[in-house]
Ligand binder design. Structure first.
Ligand SMILES: [Cu+2]
Length: 66
């Protein structure tokens, strides 16, 4: 499980864009988004770097949770 904090994800529209960006990296990724806590959890074989890059390209600011 890879988890990001995305503070600038604030509504369902943002969540949809981020989900789409992650699907672009790994169409089989399982994405769980909690808008209230600005959390994006991903089950994927893609690396956290690849996923972070895709979220950035979509216009958001991911921070990897450790
Ligand atoms: Cu939004």
């Amino acid at each position: 499980m890879i988890e990001f904090n995305v503070q600038d994800m604030t509504c369902g529209h943002c969540a949809g864009r981020i989900t789409k960006a992650i699907s672009g990296v790994d169409a089989g990724a399982k994405v769980d988004i909690k808008i209230d806590s600005h959390t994006v959890s991903v089950q994927s074989n893609a690396s956290s770097d690849e996923l972070a890059e895709a979220i950035k390209d979509a216009g958001y600011t991911p921070q990897l949770r450790s």
